[in-house]
Design a protein around this ligand. Structure first.
Ligand SMILES: [Zn+2]
Length: 258
């Protein structure tokens, strides 16, 4: 079985201080590839260094909606340099977060749209974070020149109706440990709808430890197997088949050399 954690924050100090241990546990749990996500320029720089040092780690470069207002004036040029590196496999995470509203919404929309343009220019896929903002997320995506099939809705928390809209748009959907939580029946219903070739799995670690290890304060890529097992169960699929399938999807979507 080969698993791929398509969204892990390995540059976060909670994981980075024991990176060798984190990676050894993940590889022992059959994680064959890691996409190291970045939410700002500093994290993107560190993610690139991590990816350069490990053949099974790939990285992204983006500015999270929380940080949109703090992005330096020349952030897009700097992001472009990082995203053009061969170890980089996507622009993101970028998107809209109207739940926490840490940046003004119009700034979030502008910085999101600018990063979509960058992705289109570089021919890279996009990792999208959307929370309580799905209408606007789809609207900004629809107005952009990004190819719908090159968009992943990461750590999806949308209900079945919204997931259907995302699928109609053409996006790929990625589920994190949130799908394992007791109160997220709506999300399990949504997960059952996603065609097997449009599905990815992730931990979004160090956040969002899945059941049955939810008490772990620092989530890590080894736990992606719990997301896989839950999805296999709700979809009525064999876990090993789904592992291979989602790894093949990740390789295709991000262009990973596995
Ligand atoms: Zn993330």
């Amino acid at each position: 079985m080969r698993l791929t954690d398509t969204h892990c924050h390995l540059a976060d100090k909670r994981l980075h201080r024991d990176l060798d241990g984190v990676l050894a546990r993940a590889r022992g749990a059959q994680v064959a590839a890691f996409v190291c996500a970045a939410a700002d320029l500093g994290e993107a720089r560190k993610a690139l260094d991590i990816a350069r040092a490990h053949e099974d780690i790939f990285c992204t470069a983006g500015v999270h909606p929380h940080d949109a207002a703090d992005a330096p004036r020349d952030y897009l040029r700097r992001l472009g340099l990082l995203a053009a590196e061969p170890e980089n496999v996507a622009v993101g995470e970028t998107g809209l977060d109207y739940y926490r509203d840490l940046s003004p919404r119009r700034v979030q929309r502008r910085v999101f749209a600018e990063q979509l343009d960058l992705a289109a220019r570089l021919g890279k896929p996009v990792v999208v974070h959307s929370r309580d903002a799905f209408d606007d997320t789809l609207a900004v995506l629809g107005e952009s020149s990004v190819e719908p099939g090159r968009v992943v809705i990461h750590s999806c928390t949308e209900n079945a109706a919204a997931v259907r809209r995302a699928l109609d748009f053409g996006a790929v959907i990625s589920f994190s440990g949130i799908v394992t939580y007791r109160k997220t029946d709506y999300l399990r219903k949504a997960a059952a709808l996603v065609p097997a070739d449009r599905l990815l799995i992730e931990t979004d670690c160090p956040y969002l430890s899945p059941e049955p290890v939810r008490k772990m304060r620092t989530n890590e890529p080894a736990n992606v197997v719990h997301v896989l097992r839950l999805l296999a169960e709700v979809r009525g699929e064999d876990a090993e088949d789904l592992a291979e399938r989602t790894t093949a999807n990740a390789a295709g979507f991000f262009g990973l050399k596995l």
